[in-house]
Ligand binder design. Structure first.
Ligand SMILES: C[S@@+](CC[C@H](N)C(=O)[O-])C[C@H]1O[C@@H](n2cnc3c(N)ncnc32)[C@H](O)[C@@H]1O
Length: 257
């Protein structure tokens, strides 16, 4: 066992900290240290209990969790709390699930701090897609298969989100869909409209890295049914199968050819 390096925390009124998808083993060392030094931790619903348990009891916890894309008043309230705590001189950590910069409404909170003349720093976290891919034993990119991958949302403020369906539907492409449970049938329809193969592998990873993590191996044809079976937050990995199922699927395709 080695001693932890000395604390070199950002000198900012508010530090945005990415908590990772849930398990303590996916928290960065910087995030851990920032939590140890915090007076106040303002956290979201998606921050896992294992991470919350690492916060010293002397720090005050403020839960500002809200469901999905909540109404803007909820975000205004979060901004107000953030600014008020920082102005009161507390060392504030704003703790968000995964990476704060991925569908985390980070800019809105930064703009509120800037408007109040407050400084901020960002400590990124592991986003759920990278951990989900690791949990199914797959790489998000692969030489000769895909030279890029997408992170998209299933819905935005206008409803189901439109994407570059033609690009996504090309064989070998990989896309991680966040907030995609309700839009699963829409995704399926759009991708098939752009000639995606119905047997394209799709893996749904629910509660990534947590005790209750579930991995559902599906295909584009079965995606809506698989999504209906989910209760918790999930990432849809379009174009990837869990490693063993991947081998079985390839064998099936070869047998059919
Ligand atoms: C508002 S976004 C936040 C994303 C987060 N900032 C990140 O980097 O993972 C919420 C969506 O992220 C995904 N998500 C977040 N945490 C997750 C987890 N532990 N397991 C599975 N999906 C998760 C789900 O798609 C969920 O609907």
């Amino acid at each position: 066992m080695i001693d932890l390096p000395p604390l070199r925390l950002p000198d900012a009124a508010v530090t945005f900290v990415g908590a990772g998808p849930g398990s303590a083993r996916h928290l960065t060392l910087g995030a851990f240290q920032a939590l140890q030094a915090a007076d106040v931790v303002i956290h979201d619903r998606l921050v896992g209990p294992e991470v919350l348990a690492l916060i010293p009891s002397r720090a005050r916890l403020i839960d500002v969790g809200k469901e999905g894309f909540g109404p803007s008043t909820a975000q205004d309230h979060i901004n107000t709390v953030l600014v008020a705590e920082a102005q009161a001189g507390a060392r504030v950590v704003r703790l968000k699930g995964g990476d704060s910069g991925v569908f985390g409404r980070l800019d809105e909170e930064i703009e509120a701090l800037e408007a109040a003349g407050l400084t901020f720093a960002i400590l990124p976290g592991l986003t759920s897609a990278t951990v989900a891919a690791a949990e199914i034993g797959q790489s998000l990119t692969r030489r000769g298969r895909n030279a890029s991958f997408r992170i998209v949302t299933g819905h935005d403020m206008a409803g189901f989100a439109e994407q570059d369906w033609r690009g996504m539907a090309r064989p070998g492409e990989v896309t991680a869909v966040y907030m995609g449970k309700k839009s699963a049938r829409f995704l399926q329809g759009r991708l098939m409209m752009h000639a995606a193969a119905p047997d394209t592998a799709v893996t749904l990873v629910e509660n990534v890295s947590r005790q209750d993590q579930r991995i559902l191996a599906a295909t584009l044809a079965t995606l809506p049914e698989a999504a209906q079976a989910l209760d918790g937050p999930a990432v849809i990995l379009y174009g990837l199968a869990p490693r063993e199922a991947s081998a079985a699927l390839s064998a099936l395709k070869e047998a059919r050819a």
